[in-house]
Design a protein around this ligand. Structure first.
Ligand code: XMP
Length: 517
């Protein structure tokens, strides 16, 4: 059985980063909320070690979140991070107090004693840069613990109990500002917990194939293909596992980029020989979108139609027992929310959220344990071409949300496709594609005056957008050289009839969003 680490989540903003670091060191792990576990679920999970995350609460509060006591009685190593250290201390008989010295940001850690967590990294007496974010702090250690590092605001900045194999750090080793943080976590997983570090994408691929075969048996599976990374990787993985029991359905809504529909058909039908239904629904979608300019209405129309068409095609091929989806781990992790109340909907992204309910089939979700970059690694392992695996995200409603404030017509789509294609071509030529999270053109609802040769032009303006981001939640505009922008603008204006002005969007998110609608 693969070694597994359990991460117990107390609601920190950066819990996912702990999982990322652990997996990067070749060890499988999962995140579970503190209140979802009891002794029997812990027993069944059979972790090699447990990590307690940080969190926004105070151990001093009356209803403070705690780890199930069984965590400390299973005999497996435990590492408490920030709030996790405080909870561990409180639960094992130590004391925690509020401090007037809040430590936030970079801090100096002074190593005061040997510790297996510091092996090969930090020696006694040295100072190390770590990242802190805490108000409360440990003030009295439980029996059997010793202090191994201190900082200005935390007299027990790192603590150890080698006999119990329990460790605590007040800082956050999972964030990059703790310079050796990933190595420290590796010391915990590999040297304290003795994990083998053999969780690779090759191993995952074999396990996933066995799991799919086991789940599906001789049943039939359908899978929606969008041309994006997740559904593509899911489809190829499923095809390896069950061959012709899989049929993919590709609904072409006419809102894709230049040549994208052909590429999907070429790759999956002609190259991989996957059974593929290609439904050209362009007229249907554009017909229903005619006259609509409101972003949310457009999303609803597209999402609803997509489900109808998909369902129709699935019936035509005689239905299936399973619906495959490219759901990823970040969508699965149940986050712990302390502030209650739903957050405001800025945009309704779940375009096809209703599909599983409507179709009443069991779900196959072979990527639900993976982060996005792991899906890319799996795609490479499966031999998918690099330009497919490294693709920027593309929204479900496609180009419909990149023609803001105006009717979506074939002519406008055509203009936008050409401009977008030139922009991405220039980005690739400049070798910048992989440095950018997402880049695209937007056709603006405004015409401007220009001179082309000796003639007056009165054409559309287009905006270029490119952002850097790690998860799409926040983003910065990409700092292109001026020459690049000038060159791209010239090409677009010369090569795309209908556009005579190009602007670059420098808005960050927040306060902007990545898409214009
Ligand atoms: P925003 O514009 O909200 O975008 O900053 C964040 C990320 O989400 C994508 N996006 C969507 N994806 N359906 C999708 O599947 C949508 O309706 C949708 N709207 C935005 C956007 O492209 C970016 O990657």
């Amino acid at each position: 059985m693969t070694d597994r680490i359990l991460i117990i989540d107390f609601g920190s903003q950066v819990t996912q980063l702990i999982a990322r670091r652990v997996r990067e060191s070749g060890v499988y792990c999962e995140i579970h909320p503190f209140n979802s576990l009891d002794a029997s679920t812990l027993e069944r999970y059979r972790p090699k070690a447990i990590i307690l995350s940080g969190g926004p609460s105070s151990v001093m509060a009356s209803e403070a979140p705690l780890a199930p006591q069984a965590v400390f009685e299973m005999g497996v190593p435990v590492l408490g991070i920030c709030y996790g250290e405080q909870a561990m201390c409180a639960q094992l008989g130590g004391t925690v107090e509020s401090s007037d010295h809040r430590e936030f940001g970079r801090a100096d850690l002074e190593i005061t004693d040997d510790c297996v967590l510091f092996d090969g990294l930090w020696s006694i007496g040295s100072k190390q840069q770590v990242w802190m974010s805490h108000g409360d702090r440990v003030t009295g250690l439980p029996d059997g613990f010793r202090t191994v590092a201190v900082s200005k605001g935390a007299p027990f900045a790192a603590i150890a109990n080698d006999e119990r194999r329990c460790y605590g750090v007040q800082f956050h080793p999972e964030v990059v500002h703790t310079l050796d943080g990933a190595k420290l976590l590796r010391n915990f997983t590999h040297h304290v917990a003795n994990c083998r570090g053999d969780w690779t994408m090759a191993a995952f691929r074999d396990q996933a194939i066995a799991k799919i075969k086991d789940q599906v048996g001789d049943g039939r599976v359908i899978c929606g293909l969008s041309g994006g990374v997740d559904s593509s990787v899911a489809a190829v993985l499923l095809h390896e596992a069950i061959g012709d029991q899989l049929t993919c359905i590709f609904v072409d809504h006419g809102l894709l980029r230049l040549n994208e529909a052909e590429q999907v058909v070429d790759l999956f039908r002609d190259h991989y020989h996957i059974k593929l239904v290609h439904r050209d629904a362009v007229d249907l979608f554009l017909g229903k979108l005619a006259g609509e300019t409101d972003p949310e209405t457009k999303r609803k129309i597209i999402g609803g139609l997509f489900i109808d068409v998909f369902d129709e095609e699935a019936h035509k091929i005689g239905g299936a027992d399973f619906l495959a989806q490219g759901t990823l781990y970040p969508d699965v992790i149940e986050s712990v929310s302390f502030d209650g109340g739903p957050s405001v909907t800025i945009k309704s992204h779940h375009n096809v959220g209703g599909l599983p309910e409507r179709m009443n089939m069991s779900l196959v979700e072979p990527l639900r344990e993976l982060f996005k970059d792991e899906v890319r690694a799996l795609g490479r392992e499966l031999g998918l071409p690099d330009d497919m695996v490294g693709r920027h995200p593309f929204p479900g409603p496609g180009l419909a949300i990149r023609i803001p404030g105006q009717d979506i017509t074939p002519e406008r789509l055509e203009i936008l496709r050409k401009a977008d294609h030139i922009y991405l071509d220039e980005i690739r030529r400049a070798g910048l594609y992989d440095d950018i999270w997402q880049a695209f053109a937007v056709l603006l609802p405004v015409r401007t005056v220009g001179v082309m040769g000796d003639l007056r032009s009165y054409d559309y303006a287009c905006a270029l957008r490119a952002v850097t981001s790690t998860d799409g939640m926040t983003a910065d505009s990409f700092p292109f050289e001026h020459d690049f922008l000038a060159r791209t603008a010239t090409r677009i204006i010369n090569e795309v009839p209908g556009i005579n002005r190009v602007t670059y969007d420098v808005t960050s998110k927040p306060p902007g969003t990545i898409e214009w609608e």
